[in-house]
Write a protein that binds this ligand. Sequence first.
Ligand code: AHR
Length: 323
Amino acid sequence: MKNYFSLNRGWLRASWLLPLAFCGALNCNAASKKIVVGFSQIGAESGWRTANTESIKSEAAKRGIELKFSDAQQKQENQIKALRSFVAQGVDVIAFSPVVVTGWEPVLREIKKAGIPVILSDRAVDVTDDSLYVTFIGSDFVEEGRRAANWLAKARSGKAVIAELVGTPGSAPAIDRKKGFEEILAKNPGMKIVKSQSGDFTRAKGKEVMETFLKSPEAKEINALFAHNDDMALGAIQAMEEAGVKPGKDILIVSIDGVRGAFEAMAAGKLNCTVECNPLIGPQLFDAAEAIMAKKKLPKRTAVQEGVYEMSQAAAELPKRQY
Ligand code: AHR
């Protein structure tokens, strides 16, 4: 990994040197210098994302970190603009949750040249040079896909005709969840996906796409739904009810995230299983930012601990959900 603490423009900024000079006279120390973090968020497409944003903002405030937060409204070009503006503002650390996996190399090179360390939050990027970021903090999306398929294989005794609501095309969770799910399907020849389309991780799109699935020639045989996130599953539940199909019974539903709305749907008997994807990574994110500032070495990847919840556990779990 490139040593970000070598002499470069980022570390020679006046914002660092001035407090040090004053502190010498006033007997304070450099640790009291406010860390400035630029964070580019994808948007507000799901309940998960809202909880993630809240975790990041509240943790920064708790630690006295100055957070420059930018919402990209689901557009990569907006994220790239935000990253460049963080460089221009001379922040100490840049963190971001990349909307898609590809297309980051040029801007990451610019950031590296400016000597600013990068933390990837929640989603990974596809780059040939992994020195372009210091660390990646996020879930194992492939494993989440495996967990969803394993649950379904058990619930349907290895036989299922599946409709799939895919996440944002080209995003790490959409690619990896599909990969993990299909890995388990390959071991269960009685399970097949007959419909698959993106619902862009939103409730509205999930509903819209499920409506088209329910009007398709395959509609009658579909007995399971795999939604890459809870919001799309919640939209699909609405579509099923409007079409006279009983969600959770006629069609078993497994989705990913573990948001409160999914637990409510499970408690109401409409959703069968949610695989947890924890959005509350603000504390880990700023632990990493502080470690970088303290010149500590970090692992290239930090995973998040997560569980799997079924309908039968929903009522007991619901009061404990934090998001
Ligand atoms: O990257 C995490 C995914 O992004 C969540 O599963 C989804 O709800 C969000 O939009």
